[in-house]
Design a protein around this ligand. Structure first.
Ligand code: AMP
Length: 280
């Protein structure tokens, strides 16, 4: 694996690979890698000639300075994990390299951008869109891999690619969970032992809720999940939503949407966790 920090050097390395006819599989991350990231990378490696991973903690997608400051950074451990999945190129730029000037682009994702994470983290998806567009333009990947853990982010990226006619195929990848059901996340390492013990209740409650889909209406299911999560004192809820799987708008009747997903966001201590589970 070669590690590259400059855009010019990355472009030169990629040109060589492209001249040889190798396809490029790209996995953008913010580091503190775990098995969820590695699954995306294994798939990207299998489906392409060259695996390119970026690690960049993108300051402009954080709407909370403390979250940015405390975001885990473990470059040595990350490099070892990247070697284990035979990553070819790690692109790890500094902030100044990605933003020599502030990027003032202002994207409008319409209804999709206004709900859930869009509502609770103002500016977050604009920051994501700016960095992902830059990374796509620098890397020019054939395929880029994104996790359904960040379901709304994935939908935003798919919309961005369509809006701008970007020549890249977006590949959605299933959520990877710990043995006890907790969705893997770089932020999990900030949980205390006691918080970590409580965290799998999210998965348990979502699983039970989905099993009740034939007896509860969407509103009843949403209410049930809200009550169950609220009963756990350690959780401070941001939202529980049951939404269609395209524009992520609230579902009133199960028949209204071909696909429905339940979404939650909550604080456990200082750590904000999100999760989702498909209902239909
Ligand atoms: P992040 O480093 O958190 O920005 O995540 C980088 C990519 O990995 C995003 O596409 C995430 O959706 C994906 N990802 C993170 N956690 C998981 C997980 N538990 N399962 C599947 N994909 C994940």
């Amino acid at each position: 694996m070669i590690t590259i920090a400059s855009i010019a050097a990355l472009k030169a390395a990629l040109k060589q690979a492209k001249d040889k006819g190798q396809s490029i599989g790209f996995v953008p991350t913010m580091g503190a890698l775990h098995e969820g990231h590695l699954e995306l990378m294994r798939r990207a490696k299998k489906e392409n000639g060259l695996l390119v991973v970026s690690i960049f903690v993108n300051p402009i997608q954080f709407n909370n300075k403390e979250d940015l400051d405390k975001y885990p950074r473990v470059p040595e451990a990350d490099s070892k994990l990247l070697e284990s999945v035979n990553c070819d190129i790690l692109f790890a730029p500094e902030v100044e390299e990605m933003y020599p000037e502030p990027d003032t682009s202002d994207y409008d994702f319409g209804a999709l951008g206004g709900v859930m994470e869009g509502a609770f983290r103002p500016g977050h998806f604009n920051g994501v869109a700016i960095v992902v567009r830059k990374l796509f333009e620098i890397t020019e990947p054939d395929k880029a891999y994104f996790g359904e853990k960040d379901f709304q982010q994935l939908a935003i990226i798919q919309q961005l690619v369509k809006m701008l006619n970007l020549p890249v195929q977006i590949v959605p990848c299933a959520i990877v969970r710990e043995a006890d059901g907790l969705a893997m996340s770089s932020r999990n390492m900030r949980l205390t032992v006691e918080e970590r013990r409580v965290a799998p209740k999210i998965f348990q409650i979502l699983t039970k809720a989905v099993s009740l889909k034939n007896v509860l209406s969407p509103a009843e299911m949403r209410h049930w999940v809200w009550e169950q999560l609220s009963a756990e004192k350690a959780f401070r809820l941001d939202y529980v939503e049951i939404s269609d799987d395209r524009l992520l708008q609230p579902v009133e009747h199960w028949n209204d949407a071909p696909g429905a997903v339940i979404f939650i966001a909550l604080f456990l201590g200082q750590v904000r966790l999100i999760d989702n589970m498909r209902i239909f």
